[in-house]
Design a protein around this ligand. Structure first.
Ligand code: SF4
Ligand code: SF4
Length: 212
């Protein structure tokens, strides 16, 4: 049996770089069973902005945030398995609870998910999952995921009128290369599973933290 694996997260579905929808549709067209990978996007979709969490809890008070992401992938036709990456017993209990007698998402659920995706797109400026695959080969040893996390936090914090990220960034640069030290060699980008334009995003990080 030939299988196809697809990035299956809510956020990656229509992402221009990752093209989950297109990959899935090709697998489906050729009647290949699909394995959904990274449905929770490295944990990102289990830790949502307040606005998104309120929406999901209002729609289904008993469902965990992670369950929405997993059920999204599992509701697709032709998906034979979803690799959920559980690391705690409570996650196993949660997953088995709703997967035992699985009910696919309803049209009303997709409407809520659409609203959440929009919130996330605005809140997560750089969709880095901190896997660190990019770091090892960087000739400047730039702490890429740490800088992206600070940048994302800065963007979210700005919305809430509070930010301490600048202090953290300054501390980092005392012992590490700065974002502006990036050589734009693009070596790191070849190993990024999220297809992030690292050099381009580091320029944004530098603009944000190095001009104050
Ligand atoms: S593009 Fe920048 S961050 Fe990426 S490997 Fe090259 S120097 Fe490092
Ligand atoms: S490889 Fe991509 S997703 Fe992973 S830490 Fe680096 S930038 Fe983030």
């Amino acid at each position: 049996m030939i299988l196809s694996s697809c990035k299956s997260t809510i956020l990656d579905w229509d992402n221009e770089s990752i093209q989950s929808r297109k990959c899935y549709e090709i697998a489906k067209k050729h009647q290949k069973p699909v394995i959904g990978m990274e449905p929770i996007k490295g944990g990102t979709l289990a830790d949502l902005p307040d606005e998104a969490e309120v929406l999901l809890k209002k729609a289904q008070p008993q469902s965990s945030l992670a369950s929405w992401a997993l059920r999204y992938a599992a509701s697709l036709d032709n998906v034979m398995m979803v690799l959920s990456g559980m690391s705690q017993l409570e996650q196993v209990a949660d997953n088995t609870d709703y997967m035992q007698d699985f009910q696919p998402l309803l049209p009303s659920d997709y409407q809520v998910i659409g609203q959440v995706v929009e919130i996330l797109r605005q809140a997560i400026a750089i969709p880095c999952t901190a896997c660190r695959y990019c770091v090892e080969g960087c000739p400047k040893q730039i702490p890429i995921p740490e800088y992206f996390a600070l940048y994302n936090a800065e963007k979210q914090a700005l919305n809430k009128g509070f930010s301490t990220q600048q202090v953290y960034y300054n501390n980092y640069t005392e012992t590490h290369s700065k974002a502006s030290d990036c050589l734009s060699c693009h070596k790191c980008e070849k190993s990024c599973p999220q297809h992030i334009a690292v050099a381009e995003k580091l320029a944004l990080v530098a603009e944000t933290f190095e001009n104050s």
